[in-house]
Design a protein around this ligand. Sequence first.
Ligand code: AMX
Length: 388
Amino acid sequence: MGDNLLPFSITEDLLDTGMRGFPVSTVYTSEVDPGEGLHYVGYPIADLADLDPEAAIFLLFYKRLPDAQELASFKGELVSRAKVDPRVIELIKGLPREGHPMEWLLAGLNFLGMLCKTGKYKEDGLNVVAQMPEVIAAIYRVRAGWGNPIASKPEIGLMENFVHMMGVPGADAAKLTRLMRVFYVLHMDHGGGNLSTFVGKAVASGKSDMYASLGAAMAGLYGPLHGRANQECLEFLDRCGTAVPDEVEAFVRTEMAAGRSIYGFGHAVLRAEDPRAGIQYELGKELCPGDPLYQRAVTMRERAVKVLKESPKVKNPYPNVDAVSGTLLRACGLADSEYYTVLFGLARCSGIAAQIVDERTVHRNGKGVPIYRPSDLPVNQSRRRFKA
Ligand code: AMX
């Protein structure tokens, strides 16, 4: 990379800013353009939203779209990797109901690691991608009390099998499958600097295995300002309680005045509406146009932006990926927002795994990126001596 691509040198005023905007690595899988949003391997996300999720996984791992034959063979490979060790499912059955679904996901990744790891990053990465649907479906069924896990049928397709194994009571399986296929592709990857991806790669740089690295990444995703925002966003829309434009606007103003977040809006990098939000607003027209919560989210798209634009400190007043995703999930039968971050994690593990494979086995001519070791500026504590 040429020096001209690095926008600044690090000065003291840039410390304690959460490394905002510091370029720390090269990334082959995806890019977030502040104006145009997310691209996977150079393709705008809007062009990929209707792809088979398996083709999008192939794209992130191999940096090109598969032809029909390659896709068929890659799907077959994922099927052959899909069988989860039954002991993992048994261990999941013993987890405490009090734990958040993301804590169950962290446990599930740990169990997979303990029982199934090969120690090879790509091998383990593809195994996780193939096995996560069964683990997460089991988490849903056991924790939500829907009954025993349903036997996997991986040959029907990654998301088709996921919806089959979930067996969501009362859901329209065709609609939920349509939604989950798009949801999966939209949430797979988001550059290398977002918290969960950065953490996952940092942990892997110490040569921790893929499962432990993804576990650390998912612990990052669990935070309410990151992956848990989709849960917070739905709760926010619930609290709003109306789709009447002036009432929505008044609600947003009250929240702002109270110093609370306007969930589903704003972004650390983007400076325009996230195209993934636009794709989901459109999908809502197809899946649930008359749904009252969807109508509320659509009104929020207009009125929250209006209010946020009035705040000089907010750099991006526009909808982000979470603005309407929970609304669609609920409309398609997944009512409990507590589980939404595990659905995000299901998809995001594939992108993070692909990036970890690159950092560990491709970068620096296959030697891998060295162990992460940023430095700090000691304040009022250097050179002290302890006198006994
Ligand atoms: N509601 C209220 N305040 C907001 C805001 C929002 N949606 N977006 C930004 N702000 C505030 C910030 O809190 C910050 O205030 P401060 O200076 O008093 O600390 C100020 O505006 C400047 O913030 P920024 O530079 O525009 O954004 P950021 O990079 O600090 O934060 C984000 C980005 C996403 C955390 C923030 O926009 C936010 O809290 N949004 C609501 C939560 C949300 O929707 N998160 C989902 C993000 C997508 C994801 O990762 N899943």
